[in-house]
Structure formats: structure tokens, C-alpha cells
Design a protein. Structure first.
Length: 118
């Protein structure tokens, strides 16, 4: 897969989840065996991931940096939910036009507060 294809898939994924387009928009972008890791959170399988907590309805998310190399995508973004703010770095692996894994690095305590902010 070319770097350009990886960038296209990764950008579409960011747009779909950050704009809360739902599971039906995300499903075709994720491999059936999709793996997700974010600190202590480990989810195996696309359907298990899609059944996890949704992105907060009021949250706004801004991409600050992105880089792509072959099947690897790196995205740095900031999200705000009420008074809670997080910055996260995500590493995606894209193969055969779908995302096979996502690893997020960020402050997990801040993320929990962000998800709970109302």
C-alpha cells in the first residue's frame, strides 16, 4: 500500500470518529481483527471496538500534526470536552486499505476525565 493510500484511509478514519459518524461509517475502514491499545485499554476485534464508548457528543477535536510512511500513520490531535482537554498521539497501521491497529499515547487520567466531562 502506498503512503498516499495510508494517508487517505487514516484521514477518513479521523474524520469519521472525530465527527461522530458512527459505527457504520467506521466499520468498512477497520479490519475484522482490528487491535486497539491505549494505556491499560486493550480491545481485540472490530466489533468489540465499535461497541466501546462513543466519543463525547460535545467534544471538538483538532488535528495538529500528521505523518505517513508506507503502512504507518501518525496523528497528533487535541480534543476539548467542556473544561477537559487532552492531547493524544495515535499510531495507525493500514494494510490492504483497512486499519489493522491503533495505538494511542496520552495521559490516561486526563482521558478518563475528558470522557466523563459533561
Amino acid at each position: 500500500m502506498s503512503t498516499e493510500d495510508t494517508a487517505r484511509v487514516a484521514r477518513a478514519y479521523f474524520d469519521a470518529w472525530s465527527n461522530r459518524r458512527g459505527a457504520e461509517a467506521l466499520r468498512p475502514m477497520l479490519a475484522a481483527g482490528f487491535l486497539f491499545d491505549a494505556g491499560a485499554v486493550h480491545i481485540e476485534g472490530r466489533e468489540a471496538f465499535l461497541g466501546a464508548a462513543e466519543w463525547p457528543a460535545r467534544a471538538t477535536t483538532t488535528m495538529h500534526a500528521e505523518a505517513y510512511d508506507g503502512e504507518h500513520a501518525f496523528q497528533l490531535y487535541e480534543a476539548v470536552n467542556g473544561t477537559a482537554r487532552i492531547r493524544s498521539a495515535e499510531h495507525l497501521v493500514v494494510r490492504d486499505g483497512v486499519i489493522v491497529s491503533s495505538e494511542i499515547v496520552g495521559d490516561q487520567a486526563a482521558f478518563a476525565a475528558f470522557m466523563a466531562a459533561g
